[in-house]
Design a protein around this ligand. Sequence first.
Ligand code: DHB
Ligand code: FE
Length: 304
Amino acid sequence: MPSRIASLRAAGRSADMARVTATVYTSHVPAIGVAMDLGRTDEDYWRPVFAGYEPSRRWLAEQRPDVILLVYNDHANAFSLDLIPTFALGTAAGYDIADEGWGPRPVPAVIGHPELAAHLAQSVIQDDFDLTIVNRMDVDHGLTVPLSLMCGPRDPVQGAWPCPVIPQAVNVVQYPAPSGRRCLALGQALRRALASYDEDLKVQVWGTGGMSHQLQGARAGLINRAWDNAWLDRLIHDPRGAAQVPHIEYVREAGSEGIELVMWLIARGAMADLAGGSAPSVRHRFYHVPASNTAVGHLILEET
Ligand code: DHB
Ligand code: FE
């Protein structure tokens, strides 16, 4: 139907293409996974954390994305100081759950999307991003805790995650980490890459990690509510400004592990307004302190 195609083209979409429908942002605190795995989510300490994700779980079940492009960081489980890729894209058919020292989390293995991932690699590398291509890796709490939070408990054997997941790992563990600017630009390149994939797929991009936390040293336990919430405002309304925040500000204001927040800029960069389209709408926003040593932040932005 040419008129439909013409109007979709005018809106920057073709009839058959992968497209970003929404972005999701969430902390990945490992103790959240432990609380779910040990059935402790109803304890007074944890109840308010999980309550903040109840609307998100209903929303995700309604949305039924075809693929989740999940931006996360590995914590020296798949990679180590031997090999430190800045941006590593998972192109495998599947990913096992990493053993982080206590055995793998009892959650389903992750099904990948090798065809779309290979296309993203082709497109993004030709768009001047030097991605590392990963054909085999295990995924740690950085990827599984956001899935557990958003999808709810899943039987490790009988269960499955709701759709294939493409892991996009980012080095934020060993300096030099990528700048916020580079992360935002990678998100923009990923959006362009999706738009040239000839299959009608609803894709969500998730940015994970953060918010303020510091796990070691004299400032261990640092939480900065005011800075976290101002940063969320900025991510929503002024993503280009948020991308200019220098590493030293994350570390000073949000603690040494607060630097994980640069990964949220990849998801944010994949939204329409960064490609000249309209601003997203805020579907859900949640902030809670504390969970383990960390402030939990969570946001769902929808394309309009
Ligand atoms: C904690 C948070 C993290 O992001 C992480 O990777 C490990 C531990 C914590 O709050 O305990
Ligand atoms: Fe972490």
